[in-house]
Ligand binder design. Structure first.
Ligand SMILES: [Zn+2]
Length: 335
């Protein structure tokens, strides 16, 4: 189990709740809700087929929705089947296109993630992804300067002081090793944005995706070291013990609390999540986990030693934000 989810109270936990397909809370999000499979070897109940046709019709051709609007008749004819086939082929590759939308599986999830409210979240988050990227680059440069200062360069930029403020590296018996670890995490974050497919209007969809179901109490969730688990799905249960085969390991799922939090918290959360995502895997003692939360001056954060700080996602988010903006993130109250 490598899932890590940031909740509305600001803490992260290794579990989450999935809304039951067809439940009122899921429907409130305009996601695709079906009770039985649809497509080539599907049960094809008229109500479910109609829901698929309506949901596909809300997705533009540029995101692999149907080229022409499907007739919403509740029947899987050649055009509806072709639309399912094309959608799967373009999002998952030919090898994963079986022509059937199973309940709670990846096709249902992907169609849900591309419904209008989720796309609205992603289109506003693109701006914050860009800002997060800027913070990550600045953080990387700052750590390099701090390492130079630690090895005798003049402290003209106060870079070491900044790194110490967040990571307390000067209290470590091996300051250079601690800073090398921090640097490797920021470099891997930067590497994500440089991967093929991350440019262009929908490039974010390679590593960031709106959460397909309904967790109104989460900011985001992801997988420890998920960026090294390309194309891996499932092997994760919700709080009810039900396997979630739609879950992609190689993505950061952006959830509903982000829709109403402050701009600063959006940026900080992206960097925080990416620290989990690129840090070592969940079985590794070096993974970037959650040892404390809050701003840099929070007593629980101050109490952490160097080792706890360099393995604490919140420190990465705070440091990167501070490097660009020279302050802590401003927080908005969530209802
Ligand atoms: Zn976390």
């Amino acid at each position: 189990m490598g899932l890590i989810a940031k909740a509305a109270d600001g803490t992260c936990r290794a579990s989450f709740k999935a809304a039951a397909p067809g439940s009122a809370s899921a429907k409130a999000y305009l996601d695709l809700n079906i009770n039985h499979s649809v497509g080539k070897r599907g049960v094809n109940n008229a109500r479910d087929v109609l829901a698929v046709q309506q949901a596909l019709n809300r997705i533009g051709p540029e995101l692999a929705g149907p080229a022409t609007i499907l007739k919403e008749d509740g029947i899987v004819g050649p055009k509806t089947q072709r639309a399912i086939d094309d959608f799967q082929r373009r999002h998952f590759g030919s090898g994963k296109a079986d022509g059937t939308i199973d309940v709670n599986n990846r096709t249902q999830a992907k169609i849900s993630s591309l419904q209008p409210p989720k796309l609205a979240r992603m289109s506003s988050m693109v701006t914050f992804l860009d800002t997060a990227r800027r913070c990550i680059r600045a953080a990387e440069a700052k750590v390099i300067l701090a390492m130079a200062e630690a090895n005798g360069a003049p402290a003209t930029t106060s870079a070491l002081a900044m790194v110490d403020k967040h990571f307390a590296v000067s209290k470590s018996s091996n300051r250079n090793l601690a800073m090398s670890f921090i640097l490797s995490v920021f470099r891997d974050m930067g590497g994500i944005f440089a991967r093929t497919g991350m440019s262009g209007a929908t490039g974010w969809s390679m590593y960031f995706e709106a959460e397909p179901f309904t967790n109104t109490d989460l900011f985001a969730f992801t997988w420890f070291n998920g960026y090294m688990e390309m194309g891996v799905y499932g092997n994760v249960s919700d709080t009810g013990g039900i396997d979630q085969p739609w879950f992609r390991h190689d993505t950061v799922y952006l959830s509903a609390v982000l829709d109403k939090c402050s701009d600063d918290d959006r940026v900080q959360t992206i960097v925080h999540e990416l620290a989990h995502f690129v840090g070592p895997s969940s079985g590794n003692s070096e993974r970037v986990t959650d040892n404390a939360y809050g701003d840099a001056d929070n007593p629980k954060m101050i109490a952490l030693d160097t080792a706890k700080r360099i393995h604490n996602a919140e420190c990465y988010g705070n440091f990167a934000f501070d490097t660009v903006f020279g302050r802590s993130p401003a927080h908005a109250k969530h209802s």
